[in-house]
Design a protein around this ligand. Sequence first.
Ligand code: N01
Length: 525
Amino acid sequence: MIGAGAAGLYALHRVRGLGLSAKVFEKGDGVGGTWYWNRYPGARCDVESWDYCYTFSEELEREWEWTERFPAQPELERYFNYVADRFDLRRDIEFNTRIDQARYDDEQNRWLISMSSGETVSTRFLISAAGCLSEVNTPHFEGVDTFAGQQIHTARWPKGGLDVTGMRVGVIGTGSTGTQVIPQLAKQADHMFVFQRTAQFAIPARNRPLDDDTLEELKHNYHERWELKRSSSTGMGRRPTEASSALEVDEATRNRAFEDSWARGGPGFARAFSDVMTNPESNQIASEFVREKIREKVDDPDVADTLVGIDHPLGARRLIVEIDYFETYNRPNVTLVDAAANPIEEITPQGLRTTEGSYDLDLIVYATGFDGMTGALLAMDIQGVGGRALRDKWADGAGAYLGLVASGFPNLFMITGPGSPAVYSNVIFSIEQHVEWITDCLAHMLENGLDRIDSDPEAEAEWTRGVHDIANASIIGKTDSWWTGSNIEGKSKGVTFYLGGTNIYREICEEIAANNYKGFIFQPG
Ligand code: N01
């Protein structure tokens, strides 16, 4: 298995249960994946703690007590460490080990793996748990090597922290990460310059500590929440919205519903009405509501204009959940730079230069995101049947049958691979579903003396077409963002995750398995 994040840990636990020997190779020196690497100040999950956790063990759910509605990185890292110890997983994890190459040997039907340590191993099955947001994106600015100060990507924040007291800090990027790190660093920095290229919608988190009554209720409702997660289209344990179209109600009712949704906070804002994501007119009304709320928070009307100059519909990019973000621009030590009107031209020895001026800096923070969905897989040299590189197969767009197996790459399973709901869901719940499907499939192979699984190229092509058709019909497919791969130079554009709903996806996966794994090709040993 590749990676000891949420996916790798659970996969190891389940694979062991099949009686197979297993090993996880992990680049870092600890478990937790995303929550191991992203330790920048303010790093926090924007899915509620009671949803963003494993459900496979009722005992685990009863033992673990979350402290906040939206858990912060240290708590999440503690949780994954607890899971690793609770299920005795560490003894089969090799830390500080990066997989550089994985090559399929046709004759032996084995994967030959080369590691950064120089070590090589051979395995019958390879499971990628490399994650959808683990390969960092650091844009290549001119002069980047000349900078005399310090530069850091948010996903590579040092374990001991970084004291920015008295520093002139430049932050590039205002996505989910930038929005979290900016308010925290602004409290310490001498001065902060925020370089915003695309203004974005952000909803207040309304984070809060969880009191004893809430914790008791969460434990009591464990089974009901699990059922809700299974039946929901995003894997969240909440009841489906009973909302109507935003256009069916009068203005006062509509405003009340948006106000209520705003007051609840969190990523579910758009659920105030059933058609915010599908009807441009409803979306426009919701968007204006949020713009107005942002304006109210920002003292300087020019700064507010730059923050609400949003060029895409609400929800077409991942909705940001923020804490004190917009208020940060009321601080005297924070300057917002419109990097759309005045793009960054180069990094200089002293700092950074845009088309409009120069900024002297001691620290540049890249909150510039990730090469999503495929970055971590393609960072490795993966070669399938006949030595064909995965990079070549996916050069014009990534896809795998059900997001699980890419044809021509037998016995390589992908957890949350391209073609699965992955990042458009409560990812940890999707991970559990994938791991369970994969390990059930492995059990089927072991029971039936099957040695090799591949996907049928036609089944894969049809599945991938379906994924694209759904995405192209949605506002998500029509908007540039990391969701469409347009943040990475040279990457083929298009949504690679399944937007049809995790509940539907699960049913399809189950049906295919029940139908003798239709679309997969097995070979006996
Ligand atoms: O990355 P992003 P992220 N010049 O790609 C800017 C998850 N997550 O790390 O929008 C100037 O969204 C870029 O500008 P633009 C979550 O799924 C979750 O913030 O491309 N700017 C943008 O502002 C999230 O969606 C949590 O114009 C440049 C920013 O960098 C995903 O991770 C927390 C630039 C990148 O935004 C990614 O979020 C954090 C350039 N050359 C992350 N290149 C929570 O759970 C890039 N940018 C809350």
